[in-house]
Ligand binder design. Sequence first.
Ligand SMILES: *[C@@H]1O[C@H](CO)[C@@H](O)[C@H](O)[C@H]1NC(C)=O
Ligand SMILES: *[C@@H]1O[C@H](CO)[C@@H](O)[C@H](O)[C@H]1NC(C)=O
Ligand SMILES: *[C@@H]1O[C@H](CO)[C@@H](O)[C@H](O)[C@H]1NC(C)=O
Length: 706
Amino acid sequence: MLKTTAAVFLSIATTFSVLLSSPPPKSYYHSLFISTSLSDNVSISHHLYTLTRRPHAAGSEANAEAASYVLSTLAACNMKARIVSYEVLLSYPDSRSLNLTPSPSEPPITFDLKQEIYKGDPYADVADEVLPTFHAYAKSGSVTGQVVYVNYGRVEDYQTLKDMGTNVTGTVVLARYGQIFRGDIVKNAFDAGAIGALVYTDRKDYGGGGGDVKWFPDDKWMPPSGVQVGSVYKESGDPTTPGWASSEGCERVSVEELESRGDVPLIPSLPISGADGETIMRSIGGEIAKDDWQGSKDAPTYRIGPGPGVVNLNYKGKQVIVTIQNVIGVIEGEEEPDRFVILGNHRDAWTFGAVDPNSGTATLLEVAQRLWKLQKKGWKPRRTIILCNWDAEEYGLVGSTEWVEENRELLASRAVAYLNVDCAITGAGFQASATPQLDDLLKQAAQQVQDPDNSSQTIYEQWIQSSTSPLIGRLGGSGSDYAAFLQHIGVPAADMQFGTGGYPVYHSLYDDYVWMEKFGDPMFRRHVAAASVWGLVALRLADEEFLPFNYHSYAFEIQKLAEDLETEISDKGINFSPLFKSIEELSKAADKINNQKKAIKEAKGWASMWRNDRVKVRELNDRLMMAERAFTDRDGLLRMPWYKHLIYAPSRHNDYGSTSFPGIDDAIENAKKLNTAESWSMVQHEVWRVARAVRHASLVLGGNLT
Ligand SMILES: *[C@@H]1O[C@H](CO)[C@@H](O)[C@H](O)[C@H]1NC(C)=O
Ligand SMILES: *[C@@H]1O[C@H](CO)[C@@H](O)[C@H](O)[C@H]1NC(C)=O
Ligand SMILES: *[C@@H]1O[C@H](CO)[C@@H](O)[C@H](O)[C@H]1NC(C)=O
């Protein structure tokens, strides 16, 4: 009886309070989102455990299973979730072998090319599901040649070799992983005349420096038999559908045509272990390599060659059209359903993918679950939030690229921002890269979330203490799924992770749950923090009346870049004033829009209920959203036309490297080589192009037709 009365009274009281008080402000929900009451390290660890139970490369049955898991988890969070499939060309190893004849008088050695199962490995039962070590899209073939050691295989390393009088033509190069994208290692080797490439993980870089250092499972370092697998394809997306989506029955470019254009690797290559790399290194004679080309302290002395060691490398790959699956989950916006805040992470992994990428997938699912908890407490986003779980990223950002290509117009007119997390956790320490208008937002979010490794400070405090300037990196490289969004269609983007030193078992058999639990994130608190920052940035973009973009950072940033560039080639007679003038206009437009925002805010109060005001806000936000698009150019970069962004794109000789003003940069490099009047006038042309793009951005931001 008493209970009933109390219950009735409570229910009346609740009804009254709902009627009398307005709903909590969005910021209330944002604080709730990052509070301990909503976060759950146990469920994150469970997601990671489940996702990484089996190896799941793109196109495998296990990866389709993982897609179902993601799909059902998103659906259980009340999202409209679906699978979006594409038919794409992927590459798998068919057969491979590697022999070394150390010298004419010695018998050949055959390498077994196997990564050893470690003692107590709980995944030993499924280890044979891991793809044999290979380079995706490597050219099939059999080559025999003397070995030349080429350090990291960078353009400057080949220059060093040339200066030393070493002829690489007709040899098989031995390069070590670490400084540039592996596709560029192979490309640079081809350009230098090599007939094959072997790429190994040096203990100096991946083995804790060598010596009596232990390796996984006793320490975090790569075991001697560990091999970094990966793609050597340099472009984004399905190679057979450059620029358009790989839907079933679509137009395709033949592999022969791709080869004739030089769009795919043109010499065979193979990744090998540190142990095998060292064995081959011992067979190389000739001049001693420079100090910074040497290995760890207990490694043999590295020499350049060529030979006397001769290797025979055989690789046969099969390239097949397979179905890949992106999983897309949507929470529709209440007021602006046609504005999209997009979070993305890939799912496919070379092996178990505990770090790369499923620490990110587990984090994405945690974000989804917290957003569902918020919804149950009455929150609804103002704009639409879209969670994307990409497939075939490892092959060349395939899933995200096909989706962006297919939805280009809608995304270009409606996407507010794209927030990427690939490896969410490789260790301690936060790092982020972004387009500059997002800088302030990222810093503010990091100021709100506690450092998972030190509860007496925020992530921001840890970040600024440990960061070597600049604090926020830029997204010129094409190392992950933000590439299509930013570099192809000009959507503002960010990329975040915990772990600043890379992780040694990258793309090897040992990237498993045990490694994560022991070394990457023993309590899963970094995962929790990653979900907090990622989700908070998304929530603010989705909920705030005015998009939290600051274009002053952009103007400031490119002013600095332009000044550096002018200094770099001050004696070449290039006129930079069009560029400086356009940047000044951008800065003025940023002022103008900030003032307009203030004016609308001040004129508010009851007026905010008026439609007129809402239209003004919307118009202003559209300018903030669209200004980034203006940095893209229809024709794209001269030698990389898929890349349309004139401020940020990958370096031509290192896909991971970020170039600012890539068109100008490339033209300068070319002009330095040719040193003709014509080549320098191309530099001037590229300066003009960037100046026009920046001016376009300021016109969009300013919102006035000329
Ligand atoms: C390098 O070797 C190749 C073939 O062995 C030869 O054709 C070429 O002329 C050599 N290049 C130089 C610069 O010696
Ligand atoms: C934790 O953060 C506080 C405040 O920044 C700092 O004084 C302290 O040294 C940090 N502790 C560790 C173990 O880094
Ligand atoms: C979750 O965090 C608590 C401490 O906050 C810790 O005791 C527990 O082991 C963690 N769970 C996992 C799965 O790491």
